[in-house]
Design a protein around this ligand. Structure first.
Ligand code: MG
Length: 250
């Protein structure tokens, strides 16, 4: 028998074995296809789907911003007003004290009710996963800007699938699943970062692949970093507000 026909015979034998196993399963005990272990652990959900579940790490609860620090390591200089953490323009971005890699993040944000400026100058902030990968925060309600720079975009990379923005002055939600990139020893990329984003409950990024860290000028590029890095909230000079921020490391 030639090599190729040997190969195909083996392939056929393999597939008929698989078919036999399938037939046996279908005619046999339904318990054979039940998986009982491991048992998913119980997590008590919040009263609404925006409330933190029992196993979440609370990053901001409306009163206490101590999970964040300023760039220099000091206390956050943003204002806490009516349960919201409000960007104090010019005081700088803020960092979570803890580092995070793969995670589920819930965060609520509100751009100023009084509309000032346009394009990128309107309610601009951002959430930088691992201090590098920016999920844009912007007033994108009747405010055209470049598509890969509007709310729900991965800045200068991935436009949102739709524009699910609420009007300025209203609270909006992001629910995000972020999967960290992985690197080889030599710094080359083993696997790229991925992100899924719901904006006000609407899917805007569907397991999208990131091309690298966000850049203002030029193309996104990966630079090796550790497996856990702080999340940054951006100070872009606009008094954008945040509340109810919680995270579940995955
Ligand atoms: Mg921004």
């Amino acid at each position: 028998m030639k090599r190729t026909s040997l190969f195909f015979t083996a392939l056929l034998a393999g597939s008929s074995l698989a078919t036999m196993a399938q037939t046996q399963l279908r005619n046999g005990d339904p318990k054979l296809s039940e998986q009982w272990t491991p048992e998913p652990r119980i997590v008590t959900p919040g009263k609404t789907s925006t409330d933190a579940p029992a196993d979440a790490i609370i990053l901001f609860n409306g009163k206490d911003a101590s999970a964040f620090r300023a760039k220099d390591g000091g206390a956050v200089k943003w204002k806490i007003e009516d349960g919201a953490l409000v960007v104090a323009g010019g005081t700088g971005e803020i960092y979570t004290k803890d580092g995070f890699g793969d995670c589920q993040l819930h965060i609520e944000w509100r751009t100023p009710a009084e509309v000032k400026g346009d394009g990128q100058g309107r309610g601009n902030s951002g959430i930088f996963f691992m201090s590098r990968y920016e999920l844009q925060v912007l007033d994108s309600y009747n405010n055209r800007t470049y598509s890969n720079g509007q709310a729900g975009s991965i800045y200068k990379q991935l436009p949102p699938m739709v524009n699910a923005s609420r009007p300025p002055g209203e609270w909006q939600t992001y629910d995000v699943i972020f999967i960290a990139p992985q690197f080889y020893e030599d710094g080359s990329v083993k696997s790229q970062a991925r992100i899924t984003v719901f904006h006000n409950g609407v899917l805007v990024q569907n397991n999208a692949t990131l091309a690298g860290g966000s850049q203002y000028i030029g193309l996104a590029v990966y630079e090796k970093h550790s497996s856990k890095e702080p999340i940054i909230l951006q100070d872009h000079g606009n008094p954008t507000a945040f509340r109810n921020i919680w995270i579940r490391p995955l």
